[in-house]
Design a protein around this ligand. Sequence first.
Ligand SMILES: C[S@@+](CC[C@H](N)C(=O)[O-])C[C@H]1O[C@@H](n2cnc3c(N)ncnc32)[C@H](O)[C@@H]1O
Length: 279
Amino acid sequence: MVSESEKSPADEERVFDALLAHIRRERRLDCSQYKESFLRRRLTVRMRARDVDTYQAYLGVLRSDPAEFDALLVALTINLSYFFRDTAVFEALRYAVLETLVAKRAQSRRLTVWSAGCAGGEEPCSVAMILTDLLGTAISKWDVQIQATDIDANVLARARRGVYKPLSFQDLQAGFVERYFTHDGDTYTLQPAIRRLVTFRQHDLTTPPPLPRYDLILCRNVLIYFAREYQESIVRHLLDYLEPGGYLTLGMAEMLPLALSSRLEAVDGRLRIYRKMKE
Ligand SMILES: C[S@@+](CC[C@H](N)C(=O)[O-])C[C@H]1O[C@@H](n2cnc3c(N)ncnc32)[C@H](O)[C@@H]1O
């Protein structure tokens, strides 16, 4: 019988593929489009934590310990976020995007927003706070739908609670904590009026979203997990659900795929805020 340490690199590669298939089957997380280097790095972190040094041994741990599966999912779907992440982006979203949309939709009073890959909800709730600021008490007469989706069920459970720690407040703008949170020590609870504007759902962003059309789609710091060849098809997919004249924003470290640049005009290229051209 061949011992673990005698396994050839080719065997390990086969087990690596088997590991990804196991994750897909058991937890419906399809990693095939993620960067391989990213996957290997995250797996190594978990393997070290469990003191195993082959994919085969780690597959055994996953099969016998559901808690390790949870830990692996957290590692694979790094879900760090914070309110108003990249202050300049949210300033621009307020003054160049949301104000314009509010004026444009003054008749129908309907606004639809999709935060794809919302993690703990800081991003969609930042949009909800800005809209509450802009509309004031009139917001009760508007149909504001902010759909916030993520593939990770645990992070969504946290988002639905609306309770945050100081880590989520690195970029928060002055006045927002006082206006929209109650706090007790280092625990901050978001006001129900803001939470009510946001609907959280588990969803893989490569599949059709909850609503057919959005005025604004935020997909920030999510594309970085996908291999370059898939980034274009994901952005193309997002564009299918964006209103003509609607807005898309990506993460500051994410590039708009060149092949799609003729379908979008830059509102602010540096901040990765774009507007879909009328087709
Ligand atoms: C770094 S967080 C970004 C959070 C927020 N958008 C921001 O910029 O602060 C990335 C999120 O993308 C989610 N994610 C990764 N792959 C996904 C997929 N295929 N579908 C939906 N969400 C995904 C992860 O679970 C994670 O919560």
